[in-house]
Design a protein around this ligand. Structure first.
Ligand code: FEO
Length: 374
């Protein structure tokens, strides 16, 4: 994939990872990109880097426009290896460039890579002139790591937002509207549910800090660039960060041994639908936990079922609950259910995790095989 011109002086020079299917536990059926951007001003600036393994593609794309030795400014918005892997190779050749990062970014880059080149730290709100253009930095800690920041190119209204507003999509198209807003918005939702959800309070602070900016493009570090639906993605982030839920949306997530817990899930679905709710049911035998997270992002009611296996819950259910608890959805109503043949510990164990998640609880439902309810 070659460099792509985004505006008169700005180019995309990142890398496309069409083959990745597991992003630290999150399934990525559409692959991803590691976006990096080049700004041709008096001082030539490179924004962000790519995952190790894609360094050659990154350097090839930069050098379609300019030799690495001519880079004057390197901006590391985020140190996670998907956005910093090519940095040591680029910095080794861009010997005259100043490397800019947040204070936590500096610490992390030195720890990860043992970089010996000087790193200049930038404060939140600080500006840096590159000639006709001005870069402005805003720290957005925990969106997604403590070091994270965004860079705003004031003269173009272009926000290099790093992980924020990203989506895991591999494509030779660069803009959201070229792939269709509904498809990209769904991928942005997957991404939010599996990556950003625990940091709602920090997202709200970031949205407030960026609120006054004129935005003509939001260029994240994964996936497509927003230009025609900026209000739409900002509205979604405001909604998701506030854990806004649909009171009429319920999800049922379960595993089953011999079908009894599946029968309970079916009965529960019918009951909820009779109450007028929309119900999404996920069997953990066939649905990956990251798909389930996207499905429950806006659901008020979360029902989790497991039979008892060896005095505990099914391993698939335990894995899902661990994952969901870490992603910390809030303001939910939970219910545990499950069938058992002997002792039935699983249901109270599921309920215990739902309580730890801070959910309001409805009475648990336990059923001996297919007939008796306790
Ligand atoms: Fe895409 Fe937090 O890295």
């Amino acid at each position: 994939m070659s460099a792509i011109r985004l505006s008169e002086k700005v180019y995309w020079v990142g890398a496309v990872d069409a083959g990745v299917r597991d992003f630290h536990g999150y399934k990525t059926p559409y692959g991803t990109t590691y976006n990096s951007y080049l700004i041709l001003d008096e001082k030539i600036t490179l924004i962000d880097f790519v995952k190790e393994g894609f360094t050659s593609e990154h350097i090839r794309n930069i050098e379609e426009i300019v030799p690495l030795e001519r880079l004057d400014v390197l901006v590391a918005n985020h140190i996670e290896p998907d956005h910093s892997g090519s940095l040591p190779a680029v910095a080794a050749r861009a010997k005259n460039a100043v490397l800019l990062a947040s204070p936590n970014g500096k610490k992390g880059l030195e720890a990860y890579y043992g970089l010996t080149c000087p790193i200049r730290t930038v404060k939140s709100g600080e500006s840096y002139a590159t000639g006709a253009y001005t870069l402005m930095f805003t720290h957005i800690p925990m969106v997604h790591w403590p070091d994270s920041m965004v860079t705003y190119l004031a003269e173009e209204g272009l926000l290099f937002s790093n992980d924020a507003f990203g989506q895991h999509i591999a494509s030779d198209k660069r803009f959201v509207d070229e792939l269709g807003i509904p498809f990209v918005m769904d991928r942005a939702k997957d991404y939010y549910a599996n990556i950003v959800l625990p940091f709602g309070a920090q997202v709200e602070k970031a949205l407030a800090a960026l609120g006054g900016l004129k935005l003509s493009m939001i260029a994240p570090s994964h996936g497509q660039i927003w230009r025609s639906d900026i209000p739409g993605i900002l509205e979604k982030y405001a909604r998701w960060s506030g854990n806004a839920t649909d009171p009429d949306l319920a999800v049922i997530i379960y595993d089953t041994m011999w079908g009894s817990t599946a029968m309970m899930a079916d009965a529960l679905r019918a009951e909820l639908e009779a109450q007028g709710k929309t119900v999404r049911t996920y069997s953990l035998k066939s649905s990956h936990i990251s798909e389930v997270m996207a499905g429950l992002l806006e659901a008020k009611h979360i029902c989790v079922g497991s039979p008892t296996l060896n005095r505990g819950m099914m391993p698939n259910v335990a894995a899902f609950l661990t994952y969901m608890k870490g992603l910390a959805p809030k303001n939910r109503v939970g219910m545990a259910f499950g069938s058992y043949g002997w002792s039935g510990e699983s249901v109270s164990q599921v309920e215990s995790v739902l309580r730890e998640c801070g959910f309001e609880l409805l009475p648990m439902r336990r059923q001996l095989y297919r007939s008796q309810t306790t």
